[in-house]
Design a binder for this molecule. Structure first.
Ligand SMILES: CC(C)(COP(=O)(O)OP(=O)(O)OC[C@H]1O[C@@H](n2cnc3c(N)ncnc32)[C@H](O)[C@@H]1OP(=O)(O)O)[C@@H](O)C(=O)NCCC(=O)NCCS
Length: 178
């Protein structure tokens, strides 16, 4: 498996045609059951996100074929990330952002036939390699096997969050980086 990290905005934009079919295949699986509209929303979101300063994308290729990818970016100082929690009144000391405090793992996906061989772990390691924030966060569906997987990587539960009206409920998790 060959791993490539992309931080250049133009290069990251060019990867979208490769990312889309992997995203589509992985998130068509339960519990996500995503369809064409969700894939379109992913494409739209990625078009915005990859232009954010500090954006990082890691690709895992197996003989040229994309087997998985991970990407993320730092939270902006005016982020709404911490404002959609359902079950916790989060202290300001936790939610304070300055643009350099927290990196978000936005997506991490490995094709089903490539799982269980360390590809996800390697993508996660490469994604955070060189990130200088004090912590990393993410949101994961509680019913997804990935929730236990992230716990094994050292993430801890912050609370449950619903990022927009009608969205699924996600488990928000944090891991200290230093
Ligand atoms: C989550 C995902 C990225 C993991 O990728 P992967 O390549 O299978 O993971 P790895 O092979 O690197 O697993 C690393 C470790 O986790 C363990 N593991 C694998 N699945 C696990 C699970 N469901 N629960 C707990 N641990 C698990 C492996 O045994 C391995 O342990 P080891 O390093 O001690 O041997 C992959 O399952 C996936 O793409 N899932 C669907 C998409 C998704 O849910 N993404 C995250 C939401 S944003």
């Amino acid at each position: 498996m060959e791993y490539t990290t992309v931080t250049d905005t133009i290069a990251a934009g060019r990867q979208l045609d490769d990312l889309a079919p992997v995203y589509e295949a992985v998130f068509a699986e339960p519990p996500y059951n995503e369809g064409a509209r969700d894939v379109a929303e992913f494409l739209e979101r990625y078009q915005r996100e990859h232009k954010t300063p500090g954006f990082r994308l890691v690709l895992a290729r197996d003989g040229g074929r994309l087997a998985g990818f991970a990407y993320g970016l730092p939270l902006a100082s005016n982020t709404g990330w911490w404002s959609t929690f359902l079950d916790t009144d989060l202290p300001e000391a936790l939610t304070r952002e300055d643009g350099h405090r927290t990196f978000v793992v936005m997506e991490l996906a490995v094709l089903a036939d490539q799982r269980g061989r360390g590809v996800g772990r390697a993508l996660h390691t490469a994604l955070l390699d060189g990130v200088s924030t004090e912590r990393v966060t993410l949101a994961v569906r509680p019913e997804a096997p990935a929730a236990a997987w992230y716990e094994r990587l050292g993430y801890q539960l912050v609370g449950l969050t619903q990022p927009w009206d009608g969205a699924p409920v996600y488990r928000s998790m944090v891991k200290a980086l230093r």
